[in-house]
Ligand binder design. Structure first.
Ligand code: G4P
Length: 526
C-alpha cells in the first residue's frame, strides 16, 4: 500500500500544437478545481509573436509570476499538478523536458485541423517513456472533420490505439453535447464561457423515453448507433494498456464553451496514474521508498535585474521533501539545504514545509543546478529520462568584446546549463557552437548575454542541420572516426562526441561508411 499522500497525486501536462486549445483547457480545469473564479485568469504564455521584444516581455511577466509553470489544485480529494509547457515551437525542448517530470499527459487536438506537426513530435516524446496519453478532441462547436475520420487519422499518424470514452452528438452548428461512454451520462451543450455549469442528464439507458425531452428522435437514434459501433470497433477501455502508454482514451468537447471538460477531468482523476517508479542510471527508484529523491527538469531565470536568482524546478520521485533539511547534490558531491522552497497552487506561490512524490517544488538557485541534476538523502543517483534532442540550427559564437571574455564564457555555460540551447565544442581552437531548435533562442541568448553578463557576441551560421550522438563498442574505432571526421565533430557538455551533418542524407551516407559506429538521435541511448 502506497502512502495516501502519493496515491492522491496526479501530475500531468496538457500539450498541443499551438492554438489547439491547451491554455483554454488548462483554465477550465482550474475553474473546475475552484483554483480560479473567472475565465481569463490564466495568462496566455504563448509567444506566437516571432519578435524578440514581445517574447522578452512575456518572459519578463513569467519571471515575475513563475507560478504559472506549475498549477496545483485539489479536486475530488486528489491533488492535481498541471505542469505548463511553452507554446512556441522554438522552445519545444523545454516542453520535452517538462514531459520527463509528468506521470501522464492530455493531448489536445483541434477537430478542424486534425493531427498537426507539433502533435506528432510531442507524441513521439511521450512514446519514448511510454507516458500514458489521453486525447481531447477540441472545438467540436466548429465544423470540423468527422469524428470517425479524426479517430482514424489520429491512430494512423500518432501510431496509437484509441478508445473513445465520450462521443459527440452532432458537430458545429448541430453540436448538442457529448455522451459519456465511461460514466453513461449525457452532457448537453450550454455555451457558457465563464462559469462552471452543470447540465448533466443521467442516461444509463439510451432507450429511456425521457431523453426525448432533450434530444430529437433522430439524434437519439444516431447516438445509439454510434455508441454501438464505437463499442464494436474500439471495445472497453483496458486501464493497464492505457497506463502502459499503448491505448489512448479519447474525449470530445469544446474547451472554450466548457463542454466535455468535466467528463474529461472526472475520468482523468479516475484512470490517470499516480506517481510511479523512476529509472536512475544506477537502479529503479520506487515511489514508496522512505528516502527522498528528486531531479531538476527546468530552470527559470529571473529576468528582473534586481532579483537575479534562478528558480530550479524539482520533481520529487520518492520519500518526503522537507524544508531546511540538507540534501545531497549528486553531481556536485555536496550538501545543500533550502530555506524557501516554493509550492505552486494555481496562480500563487507559497513556502512549502514538505512535499511528496509527484509534487514540484521551486528552489531558489544561485547557479548550483543544471537540468537533470539529482538530489537525494545521500545515495549517489542520477535520474534518467531528460535527453537532449538534435538541434536544427548551429551557430558559432564570435566574441565581440575581448575584454569581457570571462563573462561571455560564464554566460554561455550558465545559459546552456539552464537548457536555453545546447553547447558543443569543436576542434581545433575550442570553438564554441550553439545548437538550438529555433532562431528565437539565439536572440534570447544574445539579449541575456548582454543584459545579465555584460558580454557581447555575434553568431556565425554553420551549414549543419542535424546532429547524432556517436558511440561504438570498439573504442579504437570511435577514436578513429572522431579523428577522421574532426571538422564535423562537436563535444557536448558531458564531452560526448556528436557528429554534425548538413542533412539526414549525409548522416545516412556516413552510417554506411562506418558500420561500427552507432548514431543516436538523442543524448540518452544507454
Ligand atoms: P493554445 O494554448 O493551444 O495555443 O490555444 P488557446 O487555448 O490559446 O486557444 C487558441 C484559440 O482557440 C483561442 O482563440 C481560443 O479562444 C480558441 N478556442 C479554444 N477552445 C475552443 C473551442 O472549444 N471552440 C472554439 N471555437 N475555439 C476555441 P484566439 O482567437 O486565438 O484567442 P482569444 O482571443 O480567443 O484568446
Amino acid at each position: 500500500m502506497l502512502n495516501p499522500e502519493i496515491e492522491k497525486r496526479k501530475t500531468f501536462a496538457i500539450i498541443s500544437h499551438p492554438d489547439a486549445g491547451k491554455t483554454t483547457l488548462t483554465e477550465k480545469f482550474l475553474l473546475f478545481g475552484g483554483a480560479i473564479n473567472t475565465a481569463g485568469a490564466v495568462k496566455r504564455n504563448k509567444a506566437n509573436q516571432s519578435n524578440t521584444s514581445d517574447f522578452m516581455e512575456i518572459e519578463k511577466q513569467r519571471g515575475i509570476s513563475v507560478a504559472t509553470s506549475v498549477m496545483g489544485f485539489e479536486y475530488s480529494g486528489k491533488r492535481i499538478n498541471i505542469l505548463d509547457t511553452p507554446g512556441h515551437k522554438d522552445f519545444a525542448e523545454d516542453t520535452y523536458r517538462t514531459l520527463s517530470a509528468v506521470d501522464s499527459v492530455i493531448l489536445v487536438v483541434d477537430c478542424v485541423k486534425g493531427v498537426e506537426e507539433q502533435t506528432e513530435k510531442l507524441m513521439s516524446v511521450c512514446r519514448m517513456r511510454n507516458t500514458p496519453v489521453i486525447i481531447f478532441i477540441n472545438k467540436m462547436d466548429r465544423e470540423g472533420k468527422e469524428a470517425y475520420d479524426l479517430l482514424d487519422e489520429i491512430e494512423e499518424k500518432l501510431n496509437i490505439s484509441l478508445c473513445p470514452l465520450s462521443w459527440p452528438i452532432g458537430q458545429g452548428h448541430t453540436f448538442k453535447g457529448v455522451y459519456s461512454i465511461y460514466n453513461k451520462h449525457l452532457n448537453l451543450f450550454n455555451s457558457d464561457k465563464t462559469k462552471v455549469t452543470d447540465s448533466v442528464v443521467a442516461a444509463n439507458d439510451l432507450n429511456d423515453p425521457s431523453l426525448l425531452n432533450y434530444l430529437k428522435e433522430n439524434e437519439i437514434n444516431t447516438l445509439k448507433d454510434d455508441v454501438e459501433l464505437v463499442d464494436g470497433i474500439y471495445g472497453k477501455i483496458d486501464k493497464d494498456l492505457y497506463t502502459d502508454g499503448l491505448v489512448a482514451p479519447v474525449f470530445f468537447g469544446s474547451a472554450i464553451n466548457n463542454f466535455g471538460i468535466k467528463e474529461l477531468l472526472d475520468t482523468f482523476i479516475d484512470i490517470a496514474p499516480s506517481p510511479r517508479h523512476r529509472e536512475a542510471e544506477e537502479r529503479d527508484v520506487l515511489v514508496g521508498e522512505k528516502n527522498f529523491s528528486g531531479f531538476v527538469f527546468k530552470i527559470h531565470a529571473n529576468l528582473d535585474p534586481k532579483h537575479r536568482d534562478r528558480i530550479a524546478f524539482l520533481r520529487i520521485c520518492s520519500g518526503k521533501f522537507e524544508r531546511n533539511k540538507f540534501y545531497y547534490h549528486t553531481r556536485q558531491d555536496k550538501k545543500l539545504k533550502f530555506s524557501n522552497p516554493m509550492d505552486f497552487m494555481a496562480n500563487e506561490k507559497s513556502i512549502v514545509e514538505e512535499a511528496w512524490p509527484g509534487d514540484v517544488v521551486g528552489l531558489y538557485d544561485s547557479g548550483n543546478f543544471k537540468i537533470g541534476d539529482t538530489l537525494t538523502e545521500g545515495e549517489k543517483l542520477q535520474f534518467k529520462g531528460i535527453p537532449s534532442f538534435s538541434p536544427s540550427i548551429f551557430k558559432e559564437v564570435e566574441n565581440m568584446d575581448p575584454m569581457r571574455t570571462k563573462q561571455l564564457e560564464k554566460g554561455i555555460e550558465q545559459l546552456t546549463d539552464e537548457g536555453v540551447a545546447q553547447l558543443f565544442v569543436m576542434q581545433p581552437g575550442n570553438r564554441k557552437v550553439i545548437g538550438a531548435v529555433g532562431e528565437l533562442q539565439f536572440e534570447v541568448i544574445n539579449f541575456r548575454l548582454e543584459h545579465e553578463y555584460g558580454a557581447k557576441c555575434r553568431f556565425r551560421t554553420l551549414s549543419y542541420t542535424r546532429s547524432s550522438w556517436v558511440t561504438s563498442t570498439d573504442r579504437k574505432k570511435l577514436e578513429e572516426f572522431v579523428k577522421r571526421k574532426q571538422q564535423h565533430i562537436g563535444f557536448d557538455k558531458e564531452a560526448n562526441p556528436v557528429y554534425l551533418a548538413d542533412s539526414e542524407y549525409m548522416i545516412n551516407l556516413t552510417k554506411q561508411d562506418y558500420p561500427d559506429i552507432e548514431f543516436h538521435k538523442t543524448s540518452e541511448f544507454k
